[in-house]
Design a protein around this ligand. Structure first.
Ligand SMILES: Cc1cc2nc3c(=O)[nH]c(=O)nc-3n(C[C@H](O)[C@H](O)[C@H](O)COP(=O)(O)OP(=O)(O)OC[C@H]3O[C@@H](n4cnc5c(N)ncnc54)[C@H](O)[C@@H]3O)c2cc1C
Length: 462
């Protein structure tokens, strides 16, 4: 039971780290207590996108007449939607099983904890225990839904994201507390299939990490779609004694009582760092996260941590990039630390939002003199043809050197468009290089080129 590398947790951080380790010739094992693929494949990125696709199909059907198609009937079947989402997740998890086999990575199903001397104790899922030894141990145990003291999840009336994905019946009404990506995606999904949805956000705008103009546009779009939104509002208590829960919300104008069949708490995540033996082996943590250096090494020789349990954006692609960086560094390859300001963030509601780099405010706060360009999809030929004219692309450049500081998009499929800007920023591309890169017509991507042109007073289609 001796390995070069043992990875604890098989989410997008853990399983990707394991594959890269195997590619680099390390004898590798992964220990997983639940399902291969972690939260991302089983309870996060993938099953939510499957639910959202069903919502989108239903929306298309409702608007089929706009495209000259007559459709009769077409009602959402909630249980079938959930069933499809679960089967997509299951398929993805099986895919990871295949990848482990293909890369000759041993999979141990059980709960791991660290012991001194590179040892790992595993309580196997069959009830027995076993000890493993590794030269390098990568901890990638992910996170769970964060609980607020006045919003304790009971799994029935006050739920977290897991239950929200597998409810037995569609709720007639839902209060979503928190308007980050997870909250907004569930709000959009349930609203679009007919649930009455209210979002309660503590900050003064929804999706508060995004550029202010994006928040404003999204709020407008979601309200138009029928979602009620309360900002600068705080849930103080929930009375779950009746069939319908009463949610007390403190707003600028006083206490408001919202009624809802289900309350979804989407107020962030709590890293899984308990019961792992971190204290026993002396690994330092801070504010609930494991402390690591630029290459994910903890203060204890041979122990590393990646993904949602370390600082940085809690996103699947971040966890994977950290896993690869960590393993390549162990191998002694030349690797650069990750630039967290070049990590794209996407929210898959409708309209979608995506962003990378500085917001306008962050760029100004950082002392940049900036040039801002914007291009609305209402002026895009492809958007018109597709019937997706809502939204815009906003780009931000450094006025002095033309550096591409950031991009913020809202509209159909913008989660696919953002990759262009990620590459542009990685290659330190300037605004004029974007303008001079011929974009295919008609595509939504032309909006990036046009927005860059707008920043320099050269926009054509406005
Ligand atoms: C509803 C939702 C939607 C999301 N959508 C997106 C999205 O669209 N895009 C995106 O980039 N991110 C998304 N995320 C975030 C993304 O899922 C996480 O950032 C990502 O899964 C983190 O990867 P990880 O490898 O750190 O941990 P995880 O994926 O959480 O995996 C950790 C694994 O470790 C296992 N484990 C924990 N403790 C032990 C132990 N002691 N022994 C053995 N195994 C253990 C767990 O069972 C789990 O399988 C979403 C999250 C949620 C909740």
């Amino acid at each position: 039971m001796n390995y070069d590398i043992i990875v604890i947790g098989s989410g997008p951080g853990g399983y990707v780290a394991a594959i890269r380790a195997a590619q680099l010739g390390f004898k590798t094992a992964v220990i997983e207590r639940e399902s291969l693929g972690g939260i991302c494949l089983n309870w996060g990125c993938i099953p939510t996108k499957a639910l959202l696709k069903s919502a989108q199909v239903f929306e298309y059907l409702q608007h089929a007449a706009d495209y000259g198609i007559t459709v009769q009937g077409g009602e959402p079947d909630f249980n079938a939607i959930v069933k499809r989402s679960r089967s997509v997740a299951e398929g993805m998890s099986k895919g990871v099983q295949f990848l482990m086999k293909k890369n000759k990575i041993d999979v141990v199903m059980g709960t791991a904890s660290l012991k001194k001397g590179g040892k790992i104790a595993v309580k196997l899922n069959d009830g027995t225990t076993k000890e493993y030894t590794a030269k390098h141990t990568i901890v990638a145990t992910g996170a769970r839904s964060r609980e607020l003291p006045n919003l304790k999840q009971d799994g029935k009336k006050i739920i977290g994201y897991r239950q929200a994905m597998v409810l037995e019946k569609q709720p007639a009404s839902l209060v979503v507390v928190g308007s980050g990506a997870i909250g907004v995606e569930f709000a959009y999904f349930y609203n679009s299939i007919g649930t009455k949805v209210t979002i309660v956000e503590f900050m003064d705008r929804i999706v508060p990490v995004e550029d202010e103009e994006i928040s404003k546009q999204l709020e407008k779009s979601l309200k138009k779609a029928g979602i009620q939104i309360l900002t600068k509002a705080e849930v103080t208590s929930v009375d779950t004694s009746g069939k319908i829960s009463k949610v007390s919300v403190k707003t600028a104008t006083g206490i408001e009582i919202l009624e809802a069949e289900i309350v979804l708490s989407a107020v962030g995540i709590t890293p899984n760092i308990e019961n792992l033996g971190l204290e026993d082996v002396g690994v330092k943590t801070d504010k609930g996260r494991v402390l690591v250096d630029d290459f994910y090494k903890t203060n204890v020789e041979g122990i590393y941590a990646i993904g949602d349990i370390v600082k940085g954006q809690a996103l699947a692609h971040v966890a994977s990039a950290e896993g690869i960086t960590c393993v390549e560094k162990i191998k002694g390859l030349h690797v650069d630390p990750i630039n967290y300001n070049n990590v794209p963030g996407c929210t898959y509601c409708s309209p979608e939002i995506s962003s990378v780099g500085y917001t306008e405010k962050a760029a100004k706060d950082a002392g940049y003199e900036i040039k801002v360009g914007k291009f609305p999809f209402s002026a895009s030929g492809k958007a018109s043809a597709a019937g997706n004219k809502e939204g815009f692309v906003k780009v931000i450049f450094d006025a002095k050197y033309g550096e591409f500081l950031g991009a913020h998009m809202i509209g159909a499929n913008v989660t696919e468009l953002i990759a262009e800007v990620v590459v542009a920023r990685k290659l330190e591309t300037t605004g004029h290089e974007i303008i001079k890169s011929i974009h295919p017509h008609p595509t939504m991507s032309e909006a990036i080129m046009e927005a860059a042109a707008d920043a320099y007073g050269e926009v054509i289609h406005l």
